[in-house]
Structures are given as C-alpha cells and as structure tokens.
Design a protein around this ligand. Structure first.
Ligand code: ZN
Length: 302
C-alpha cells in the first residue's frame, strides 16, 4: 500500500469510528436538570439511557443564577427539562423562552405539600413558599416518581429500566431515612436546635424533629437585617444553642460572626442546595444526607 493510500484508508477508518461514536452518543436521551441535586437524582433513575447536564453545578446557588449562552444551546437540544419548582429557580422561564425549548418540562415537586409561611414586608404579610423539599427523604421519593414518569413519557422503550432503577433508588432512600431517624433519636431534646445561614432545612427539620433557625429566609436573596441578626444572637444565648453550621453554597463570614458573638461553635458545613463535587463528601443525593446527619450529630451530641 502506498503512503497516500494508507493515509486515505486511515482517514476513512477514523471517520467510521467517529461516526459510530457520534451515533452512540446521540442515542441517549438528552436531559437537562436545573441544579446538581436534581441532576444526580435523575441520573440514578435514567442510568445509561440518559445524558444529563445540570445547569447549576456543585456548590452553586440555584436561587440566583444567570444562564449562559451555553445553557441556552444545551436546553435547546434537550428532550426533557427537570426543575424543582416551588419558586426555587426564578430564572428558568426566561431560559426556556430564549432557548425555544419544545421538550417536556417536569416539575419534580409535583404532588408535594409545600411548607408555607408569612413574612411581614413593608407592612404587608407576604406568603412565602419553601422550595427545599428535597431535604425530606420522604419527599425525595416523590421526586423519584416524577422523574421516572417523565423519563417514561419521553422514552417509552426504557420503561422497564426506569421502573427498576426508581424502585432500587427508593429502597435506598428508605434505608438512609432509617439511618437519619435513628441518629436524630440519639440527641437529647435540648440539643436539637440548629443555626444555618439560610432557611434551607425546613423540610428536614419538620420531618426528622430538629429545629433549624436561620438569619436569612428561604431564599438567599435578602441579607439579614441588623435586627434579625440581633434577634438570633439573643436566641442562641437564651436557648444555649450549641452549634452553628456553614452551608456549602453560602459565605461563611456571617456565621463566623454569629459564632464569635455567642460562643456557639461552628459545627462544620452542611450541604443544602447543591452537592459537592463528585469526589467530595456529598457527591450524591444520599451521600448528602449521610454527610449532613453525621455532621449534625457530631456537633450536637458533644
Ligand atoms: Zn436555598
């Protein structure tokens, strides 16, 4: 074989290999999730049949996010878009519009009874919905069911796979929920109050019997007022709250200040609205719970 013919053959082989690779990649269902926790849950259910992009990645704050031109292109090419809902991602409507997305939108919190509260704002009572429903493992199973049904709707051929993956994942969720309940039960009633930066653990607290108090509300939008901060500092002292916890998505300065003024210890970092990087301590939905409960128990029981 002459050199030029060899090169030609090599080029044809390369083109064939690339073509095969490309065909393989495009066989997968293109899925977009709004944030890392939801994206990981979708990957548990979707397995090998799906290719997932989480728009707000590890340690990112999905309350406030500016979609990039890349996100617009990614969503435009997707078959299905998973969002949390309950007002968590205020930016998704604009993103859907600018991408011309024509696929299926699945709201993972559909069917969940949300936590509602009222806040005084400018002399008027404002109704506030807590979006952090994933922080209850019982609600996590409703997320899984919505994810499963959404994937079956866009990929009926994968029905058996999605059903099997969802059942396995829900069984794992039950197991971790048992571990969380057992761990909380070891805490004396007087050691079940916790301070975090923003109010992300309302569902966790309500479901598992801890009280979470936060200087910021259910969104990271507003900085706490001096009055809010003074109130929390008084409360920590009066109730002898033992520890304050950092969050992976929040600046630590606020909690360092509270810890300094009250003598409460900084009990470590909790994962609230985002996973860690895959190699970190909270790279999956269930590892996030395992890490958080371990961190809480370590600080509150000693
Ligand atoms: Zn949050």
């Amino acid at each position: 074989m002459s050199r030029s013919r060899f090169l030609h053959a090599a080029a044809v082989m390369a083109a064939l290999l690339l073509g095969a690779g490309g065909a393989q990649a495009s066989d997968k269902i293109k899925v977009v999730a709004s944030f890392s926790i939801l994206g990981e849950m979708v990957s548990e259910v979707g397995g090998d049949r799906v290719e997932i992009v989480s728009l707000v990645g590890p340690d990112g704050d999905a309350h406030f996010y500016e979609p990039t031109p890349g996100d617009v292109r990614t969503l435009a090419g997707a078959a299905i878009f998973f969002v949390n809902g309950l007002g968590f991602e205020g930016w998704i409507g604009r993103l859907e519009k600018s991408s011309g997305f024509k696929g299926k939108v699945v709201t993972a919190t559909k069917g969940i009874a949300s936590l509602e509260s009222e806040k005084e704002a400018g002399g008027k009572a404002k109704r506030i919905t807590d979006p952090h429903a994933w922080q209850s493992l019982a609600h996590g199973k409703i997320y899984v069911q919505n994810i499963r049904d959404g994937l079956i709707a866009v990929d009926p051929d994968g029905k058996a796979t999605y059903q099997a993956n969802a059942s396995r994942f829900m069984a794992d969720i039950d197991k971790v929920e048992g571990e969380v309940k057992t761990a909380v039960a070891t805490l004396p009633p007087g050691r079940r109050r916790v301070i975090t930066t923003h109010d992300a653990f309302g569902y966790f607290g309500t479901t598992y019997g801890l009280e979470f108090i936060a200087p910021e509300g259910v969104s990271t939008e507003s900085e706490p007022s001096v009055q809010d901060l003074a109130k929390i500092i008084r409360q920590i002292k009066a109730q002898k709250i033992p520890a304050v916890f950092l969050e992976n998505i929040s600046d630590r300065r606020l909690l360092d200040q509270i810890a300094k003024e009250t003598g409460a210890k900084v009990g470590g970092a909790l994962y609230s609205d985002a996973l860690s990087k895959p190699t970190g301590p909270a790279g999956t939905y269930l590892d996030m719970f395992r890490h958080n409960i371990k961190t809480l128990i370590a600080a509150l029981s000693s």
